[in-house]
Design a protein around this ligand. Structure first.
Ligand SMILES: NCc1[nH]cc(CCC(=O)O)c1CC(=O)O
Length: 333
């Protein structure tokens, strides 16, 4: 695009910024409540809903609390909720068997929300870390995260979640070949319409710390995730990963974290034109809230500005812990 710009004073770019009405007319991107996916933490460990210390305003919900959260989200018009389990350390094993237990907390919450709030889409997380004694997303043998056997576990997990009624499966593990394996298993088990939102370009990021506290994986994790998550220095590799996951049967793709990777969002959207999402992760939320609590930044303004940045970068939507607060603001509640 080549802008046609007559010389000053014929061109005065401030004309279109003069009044709110003119600014509205000239606005290029919009944020709607329909662009939001709300990640929530669930647990059957504690009795009451407890706040995550590094994420002010974010709670670990009991099953009943999760149903109430889903009802609230649906009332606000939020189209989807995404479940992340905090599991009792006692059920974590090296083999991660709890991950595909039909009665695990995720699968019970899926069924409870489906019964109470059928209109909200339920997204899940597919990775072994909440169930793994060593905190990794995959099975560990001799200090290595083993790919192919992990994929078999992930497929079991995916089918258990689809059986429970999940609408959107979110593989966040970064193993090779998992999307194709899941898609084949979903087709074979009659789950033809279950969608996959692949965490296609997921970076080995320092911004996940508060999340690992929230799901109780920090204490367990030995080492880092650099042999499966991406090097933050890479961008072409993100394009290869997105191409690969789409070719294997992903319906939608995600870039994660969000704000430090807006360049990747833009490239993915331009190159593939598929439904593209960003995850504004726990560390981004914690960082914003810490500054707000210090009185250094304005909560509502930075929340809306950061969410708009994803739309401007080409994202169709964003997973954000701000979802209910942003939804209320968008509805002027
Ligand atoms: N499967 C792990 C997973 N799924 C979502 C997040 C991070 C989300 C966030 O930080 O908000 C992580 C953390 C990690 O990879 O260690």
């Amino acid at each position: 695009m080549t802008p046609i710009l007559p010389p000053f004073p014929h061109s005065r770019l401030r004309r279109l910024r003069r009044t709110p009405a003119l600014r509205d007319l000239a606005q290029e991107n919009r944020l709607s409540v329909k662009d939001l996916i709300w990640p929530i933490f669930i647990t059957d460990v504690a009795g009451a809903d407890v706040e995550v210390p590094s994420m002010p305003g974010v709670f670990r919900h009991t099953l009943e609390g999760a149903v109430r959260a889903a009802e609230g989200a649906a009332r606000l018009g939020i189209p989807a909720i995404c479940l992340f389990p905090y599991t009792d350390p006692a059920v974590k094993t090296e083999g991660c068997e709890e991950a595909w237990n039909p009665e695990n907390i995720t699968n019970r919450v899926i069924r409870a929300i489906k019964a109470a709030v059928p209109e909200i889409a339920i997204m899940t997380d597919i990775a072994l870390d909440p169930y793994n004694a060593n905190g990794h997303d995959g099975l560990v043998r001799d200090g290595e995260i083993i790919n192919d056997e992990t994929v078999e576990c992930l497929v079991r997990m995916a089918i258990a979640q689809a059986d429970a009624g999940a609408d959107i499966l979110g593989p966040s593990d970064m193993m090779d070949g998992r999307i194709g394996a899941m898609r084949a298993a979903l087709e074979a088990s009659g789950h033809r319409d279950v969608t996959i939102l692949s965490y296609a370009a997921k970076y080995a990021s320092g911004f996940y710390g508060p999340f690992r506290d929230a799901v109780g994986a920090s204490g367990a994790l030995k080492g880092d995730k650099k042999t499966y998550q991406m090097n933050p220095a890479n961008a072409d590799e993100a394009i290869r990963l997105v191409a690969r996951d789409l070719a294997e049967g992903a319906d939608m793709v995600m870039v994660k974290p969000g704000m430090p990777y807006l360049d990747i969002c833009r490239r993915v959207k331009d190159q593939f034109g598929v439904p593209t999402y960003a995850y504004q992760v726990s560390g981004e939320y914690a960082m914003a809230m810490a500054a707000v609590q210090n009185g250094w930044l304005d909560h509502d303004q930075i929340m809306m500005e950061s969410l708009m940045s994803f739309r401007r970068a080409g994202c169709d939507g964003v997973l954000t812990y701000f979802a209910p607060k942003a939804a209320k603001l968008l509805a002027n509640l």
